[in-house]
Design a protein around this ligand. Sequence first.
Ligand SMILES: Nc1ncnc2c1ncn2[C@@H]1O[C@H](COP(=O)(O)OP(=O)(O)O)[C@@H](O)[C@H]1O
Ligand SMILES: [Mg+2]
Length: 223
Amino acid sequence: MTKTYYSPAGNVQALNNLNLTIDRGTFVGVVGKSGAGKSTLINMLTGVDQMTEGEVWIDGFPLHLSSQENITRWRGKNIGVVYQSFELLNQISILDNVILPMDLCGDYTRGKSNQYAMHLLEQLEISDHAHKSPQSISGGQRQRVAIARALINDPPLIIADEPTGSLDSQTSEVIFSIFKSIVSGGKTVVMVTHDNLLAPRFDHLIYLEDGFIIKEKKRRKHG
Ligand SMILES: Nc1ncnc2c1ncn2[C@@H]1O[C@H](COP(=O)(O)OP(=O)(O)O)[C@@H](O)[C@H]1O
Ligand SMILES: [Mg+2]
């Protein structure tokens, strides 16, 4: 896939003809310096932005052939997205933040969604704060809430753009291990980081530089 940003100041070739296959149930790390094209790649996978050339298939769904409307509907059920800045709504409770994507999908009754959201908050060890505003908790706790929200529709794929980017190293480690356990539970996680030290810990490492994959490594899974 290729992505070019066109602007009067000049065009930027953010992704240069990338060819990539991601296996189900793996922990994928997209690593590279600032400006390497990591977020651009993520936006191609989530379909929030359109590629210039090429194809993206996710479990049989052709993003490149789909309308924004269809992509949005598909994304709600199939991808959980986590951002560096958490993107939580401060006007509503933590519990309601987690339930929000479920409401948008309209698949569950309110009682059931409450129950499942509480279950996720318990798993992420943050249920004590369920009825507070996201403003009243720490960054690491907010990221746990954002992860619970990403899991609420039980999507097979979780995509996280620098989820530890604004956290201290100890908290980052906790968030990293949460993603690891999500993979152990059978989901696929694609995580972006500029932290080189994390590189050897992914099942599948994609190292980006200037819009090119300069290194790629897949670890054999046991069993
Ligand atoms: N909306 C945009 N318009 C123009 N250029 C952009 C836009 N978004 C990103 N870029 C450029 O594309 C390149 C890759 O950016 P990005 O994917 O955000 O990198 P990373 O996430 O690895 O820091 C950079 O040169 C950046 O300046
Ligand atoms: Mg980025």
